[in-house]
Design a protein around this ligand. Structure first.
Ligand SMILES: [Zn+2]
Length: 310
């Protein structure tokens, strides 16, 4: 009685097999490179699912982009040459079992609600900070879908109309500042201004080569300039979260995605700044901002759960 969950990323697809009754326990797991283009993707997904379980009960797929209610991927800013791919239909035709295709951050939210940091919450905001930013919004216990299935893309809220260009085609989107990509950009700006010597040293002395991991490593070693860059990342994260909380009023905010490994470095400052940025921060119940519990497998686990639930 295993369901397969597949989480499509910009560079790799992570597949897991889970028993939906015990979603926190992954029974099998495998990663393969993400192919270019929609046709190759269907082959890759079916092959990966088959290698995890030749006879799964259901297959769920999480994709970083706009997925409509019929499971068609309209576009993903970080997926090359994949537009208007009717993924759910293509998979169902060939898999012979129920298939579900949904936005990857929605899958994260479902997993964290089932067996992670949002268990029991009927109003929750799950935000994934990775290459970009995704979100799954749970309201009245259910995912908020919107008219087309496109709800929950706060990464493309514009926070600076004159800001840097975004792969979505606009400028100054929240994910240009508050994601792993954003941290790298903030770091290179600081390095170019001569303020980040310890992280530049970790990058081999090349200010242009500084990435987020160099900054987090230097901050962990106690470098105050690197921590200052992370505090500036925390400001941008808190700004977006405050805007979202003003609209959605969640009981809890769960932070997942690739940056969660550095949550200990930025979450305390995110909480400080959030309290000052949200409307009436000192007059409303505290909104806990916590790290996701299911790690990098959350998206794949959630996709499996969605498929098993039909
Ligand atoms: Zn954008």
């Amino acid at each position: 009685m295993m369901a397969i969950g597949l989480d499509v990323g910009g560079t790799k697809v992570l597949g897991v097999a889970v028993d939906p009754r015990h979603p926190g326990t992954v029974l099998a797991e495998r990663r393969v490179p993400t192919p270019e283009g929609g046709d190759g993707l269907v082959d890759t997904l079916l092959e990966l699912a088959g290698s995890l379980d030749p006879k799964p009960t259901a297959i769920g797929v999480g994709v970083p982009g706009l997925v409509d209610r019929a499971g068609t991927l309209h576009m993903g800013p970080h997926l090359r040459r994949m537009h208007d791919v009717p993924l759910a239909r293509l998979l169902a035709d060939r898999a012979g079992v129920p298939t579900v295709v949904d936005n990857d951050a929605n899958c994260h939210a479902v997993a964290e609600q089932a067996d992670g940091a949002a268990v029991g919450a009927s109003e929750a905001l799950v935000v994934t900070l990775g290459t970009g930013i995704g979100a799954g919004i749970i309201t009245s216990g259910l995912l908020l879908r919107g008219a087309n299935g496109f709800a929950g893309e706060p990464g493309h809220m514009v926070v600076d109309p004159n800001g840097p260009p975004c792969p979505c085609g606009k400028r100054g989107c929240w994910e240009r500042f508050a994601s792993g990509t954003g941290l790298g950009r903030l770091a290179r700006d600081a390095a170019a201004a001569g303020r980040l010597d310890a992280a530049v040293a970790l990058a081999g002395g090349d200010a242009e080569a500084v990435r987020g991991e160099h900054v987090t490593a230097a901050a962990r070693a106690g470098d105050p300039e690197s921590q200052a860059v992370i505090d500036s990342l925390a400001h941008w994260i808190a700004l977006g979260l405050a805007n979202l909380v003003n609209v959605l009023d969640p009981a809890v905010i769960v932070i997942g995605g690739g940056l969660v490994g550095a949550a200990d470095l930025f979450l305390p400052e995110v909480r400080n700044r959030f309290a000052r940025l949200v409307m009436a921060g000192d007059q409303r119940p505290e909104v806990p901002i916590v790290a996701a519990e299911l790690g990098e497998r959350a998206g794949a686990i959630g996709a499996a759960l969605m498929a098993a639930a039909g």
